[in-house]
Design a protein. Structure first.
Length: 423
């Protein structure tokens, strides 16, 4: 049987190859020839009676096989054409699967969403050109995803908060709306096609994003808080947060891919996806879950300190404050930005992508890489003996120094704005 995604929350709904044993009757009375049929959408025929055994071949639904033997732990030995191997007993049966019967089961609103989804998966595998089966499979896939999202939101979800910024679109000639900004952020990555659906509150509610990348399905689910776009800035809100509850990726069946691809978005030409100003590029590295957790534990904004120890202060010169910004996008791609972090209308002077984050005691190591592949290392010592003060150090010496957590109460800000105009 094809493996499901490794994440526990996906096992309930993600794999289109799952077959409920309660929905299939094992053929104790196989005919005299020992003939049985594959019942799952696609199964793995293995070298031995173990889910870890080598896969001999993959068999689609309704494949006719000869039953050779029944072995302990609910496995059977089959001969299917020239191939011979083992599969789970619940995945074969005496009756050949019927498209009409499976479609009727998928349409039965009295059955659970999981049972309906399994039936739709098998029906679509039998007839991948049937639009009704494909549409039903896609709808049930999202229905299961939203059911799981509701459970994750209560307990067990990632609960990752990501900030999305509204930016100007050159092709539109204006700032993107909140919805456009969210979609743009999701699609700011290489992909083949993308399906995005909202539930309960529309944009300000739950969402499930399914993207095809390199033959695999990448699925994000989460919530956009109901107050998005309703803050003190109203329609001019420049940032809003998105709460990610799950991230999953797995190789799905061709039937599910066909179902989800119908009506999906494809990459658009127009705006450049990646900003040269931010040193962004195709194939930017994403942090591992462990590195991402470390990165998120760090304050996102630091101000460069001036003065001696005990007389520390942040210097603000005509609205400009030098510092370091740490940020991450919705795809766990992290960036390090240094320079004038508070200059109105300008971006920080230097930006690099972070490839890894590790920690040793009170020392954080941030591995950085630019679009040309040049590597650099920043070491952050934090916390230190000074409250809300850290030391950033790089081998190159650039941007090394003591920095305070932004807006720390014990660190004063001194203004110094002079002009030579008229002199």
């Amino acid at each position: 049987m094809k493996k499901t995604a490794p994440q526990p929350r996906l096992r309930a709904w993600a794999s289109c190859l799952v077959v409920l044993s309660s929905a299939l009757a094992w053929a104790q009375d196989a005919d005299a020839a020992g003939r049985v049929f594959i019942q799952g959408s696609e199964i793995n025929l293995r070298r031995g009676p173990s889910p870890k055994a080598e896969v001999v071949t993959k068999l689609p639904i309704a494949t006719e096989c000869q039953l050779l033997a029944s072995v302990p732990k609910e496995w059977v030995r089959l001969k299917c054409g020239e191939a011979e191997g083992f599969t789970q007993k619940s995945l074969v049966g005496a009756a050949k699967p019927s498209f009409d019967a499976l479609l009727a089961q998928a349409l039965d609103t009295k059955a659970s969403t999981q049972v309906r989804y399994d039936a739709a998966s098998r029906a679509a595998a039998l007839d991948s050109k049937n639009d009704k089966a494909l549409d039903l499979l896609a709808d049930l896939f999202f229905a299961l995803a939203f059911e799981q999202l509701q459970k994750d939101a209560i307990k067990g979800g990632l609960h990752e908060a990501v900030w999305i910024q509204r930016k100007h679109s050159h092709s539109l000639g204006r700032k993107r709306t909140l919805e456009e900004s969210f979609l743009w952020e999701l699609e700011k990555i290489e992909y083949d096609w993308h399906q995005l659906r909202f539930r309960r509150g529309g944009f300000r509610g739950g969402f499930v994003s399914v993207m095809s990348r390199d033959g695999a399905l990448v699925v994000y689910s989460g919530h956009i808080p109901p107050n998005a776009g309703k803050g003190e800035f109203g329609k001019d809100l420049d940032e809003f947060d998105v709460n990610i509850e799950s991230r999953n990726s797995w190789a799905a069946s061709e039937a599910l891919k066909l179902a989800l691809q119908k009506g999906a978005r494809v990459p658009e030409s127009g705006d450049t996806k990646y900003s040269a100003l931010d040193n962004e590029y195709a194939g930017m590295p994403a942090l591992s879950p462990a590195a991402f957790r470390l990165f998120r534990s760090l304050p996102p904004l630091w101000y460069l300190l001036h003065g001696k120890k005990g007389e520390r202060h942040v210097l603000e010169s005509c609205g400009i404050i030098s510092g370091i910004k740490l940020s991450t996008d919705i795809h766990r791609r992290a960036s390090f930005r240094s320079g004038d972090v508070h200059e109105v209308g300008e971006e920080p002077l230097t930006a690099m992508q972070i490839t890894d984050v590790s920690k040793n005691g009170a020392s954080y190591q941030l591995q950085l890489r630019d679009p040309e592949g040049r590597q650099s290392l920043f070491v952050l010592s934090w916390p230190t003996e000074e409250l809300n003060v850290a030391h950033w150090d790089s081998k190159s010496g650039f941007f090394s120094g003591d920095y305070a957590v932004a807006n720390a109460r014990n660190i004063p800000v001194k203004e110094n704005c002079t002009s030579d105009l008229g002199q």
